[in-house]
Design a protein around this ligand. Structure first.
Ligand code: GGG
Length: 351
């Protein structure tokens, strides 16, 4: 029997509801496999910020580095500026641990009707590979002349050959193991320097994967194509910002952001990877016990898979599928009647 050590950071809002729910499912699944998880619970987030002036303690990254993985709920509270909460917790973890791939799968589940009509027999199953440590998410720049009529802000995007090459390579590998189709999101008509560079490096990487049919599509056209025929997509590789936007769009197409899972990966396994539902803290529904725990549970399954527990992860996914197939065990965002607790219980019982 092996014991995993995982840092659990519920964070803010519904993170405090969906993360403990997912932990119960993971504990049960691992117990059934004769394994266990030691959870290191940490109360970092906006409450910590209000009390201590920082989203996490100064030794936070050091503490996380001693774990096998990080399991995160959500970040954000209306009375703390969003850029303060995100850049104080989520983004420092992604960067400190060089989690340069953000894997965001989108699947159509039996019983959950997609929000767009798709042809008979077609099925939505796509994987967004989002660059996760550079691109549009950059601290370079500044605000100038604050409070004056001449005030301005500059934000520099950072695209490196190494950064594009490694995320593109990861995406092509995924496509090779799936349906051999890759779409690169670009905007090289309007963004004059970084996006043509993105295209060039992706094209170079493509030459190493002749079996993968690759094409580049302008992000605006790609958004429209995704709505029009989501079933035609396999792997999409995108910059940090484009990947973030497309993954919300894709999960809305199959039902709700409440089932959007993600993995922030260091594929070389030098550091812990981090797993989190794509959704945020949802202050409008926080504390009511109605949040959909599926995104967190699925993210937990991705974590177990990454840590070598494929069998337990597979059982969790089967149980999620079963619970989503019935209106009685789906939350309201998916047209169901269940609350967080009853979905969690259904997934646990279905393991
Ligand atoms: N699940 C963590 C969370 O709260 N995410 C919300 C968010 O805004 N994330 C921004 C990002 O992924 O870049």
């Amino acid at each position: 029997m092996s014991t995993l050590k995982i840092a659990a950071i519920p964070g803010d809002g519904i993170g405090n509801e969906v993360l403990p729910a997912a932990v119960r499912v993971l504990d049960r699944a691992m117990e059934q496999s004769g394994e266990s998880i030691t959870w290191e619970w940490v109360d970092w987030g906006c409450d910590h910020f209000i009390e201590h002036g920082a989203m996490m303690p100064a030794d936070g990254i050091d503490r996380l580095s001693q774990t096998d993985a990080v399991f995160l709920g959500a970040v954000g509270r209306p009375d703390v500026p969003d850029h303060v909460s995100l850049w104080g917790l989520l983004i420092p973890i992604r960067r400190a641990f060089d989690q340069y791939v953000n894997l965001r799968p989108t699947r159509q589940f039996a019983g959950v009707t997609p929000r767009v009509a798709i042809p008979e027999g077609a099925h939505i199953d796509l994987l967004i590979v989002r660059e996760n440590t550079e691109g549009e998410y950059s601290e370079l720049g500044g605000r100038f002349g604050q409070g004056t009529p001449h005030e301005f802000a500059i934000q520099e995007n950072v695209f490196t050959r190494r950064g594009i090459d490694r995320v593109a390579r990861y995406a092509f590998e995924q496509a090779s193991n799936r349906r051999n189709s890759l779409t690169s999101a670009t905007k090289s008509n309007g963004i004059i320097h970084t996006m043509p560079f993105w295209d060039e490096v992706v094209d170079e990487v493509a030459t190493d994967y002749p079996g993968v049919k690759a094409r580049k599509v302008l992000i605006d056209a790609l958004a429209a194509e995704l709505v029009g025929r989501p079933h035609d997509f396999d792997v999409i590789v995108a910059s940090n910002l484009f990947g973030d936007i497309l993954s919300d769009l894709a999960s809305a197409l199959v039902g709700s952001l409440g089932i959007a899972a993600s993995a922030n990966l260091d594929p070389e396994r030098r550091f812990p990877s981090m797993f989190e539902p794509v959704h945020g803290s949802a202050p409008d529904i926080a504390g009511r016990g109605i949040a959909n725990p599926v995104a967190a549970i699925w993210s937990g399954a991705m974590m177990l898979e990454h840590l070598g527990h494929q069998e337990a992860a597979g059982r969790i996914m089967l149980s999620i599928e079963r619970s989503l197939s019935s209106r009685d065990t789906r939350t309201a965002d998916l047209g169901g009647t269940a609350d967080t607790e009853s979905v969690t219980t259904a997934v646990m019982n279905g393991l």
